[in-house]
Write a protein of this length. Structure first.
Length: 86
């Protein structure tokens, strides 16, 4: 279980400075992160180490992450983002 302090830091780290990424990542953290299992929470935390340009390309579906761990969480983020815009 993630502490409130860690969650606040995670939420802050999800604000990337690129509006398009902020609009995808921040709502995912706010509405889905706490309900993820420990494996997927860690995948998300690890994803924060990626470069913005990589994240942007992945979320737009231009390319898929080569790492299957990254691909798994990116797919969940995309699914969430698409479901809330329907």
């Amino acid at each position: 279980m993630i502490s409130d302090n860690d969650y606040s830091r995670l939420l802050w780290a999800s604000r990337r400075g690129m509006l398009e990424l902020d609009l995808i990542m921040v709502p995912f953290v706010e509405h889905r992160f706490k309900s993820l299992d420990a494996v997927n929470q860690q995948r998300f935390i690890d994803l924060l180490e990626c470069e913005d340009n990589e994240l942007f390309a992945w979320f737009l579906g231009r390319v898929k992450p080569e790492d299957p761990e990254q691909a798994a969480i990116v797919e969940q983020i995309i699914d969430y983002s698409q479901s809330k815009s329907d």
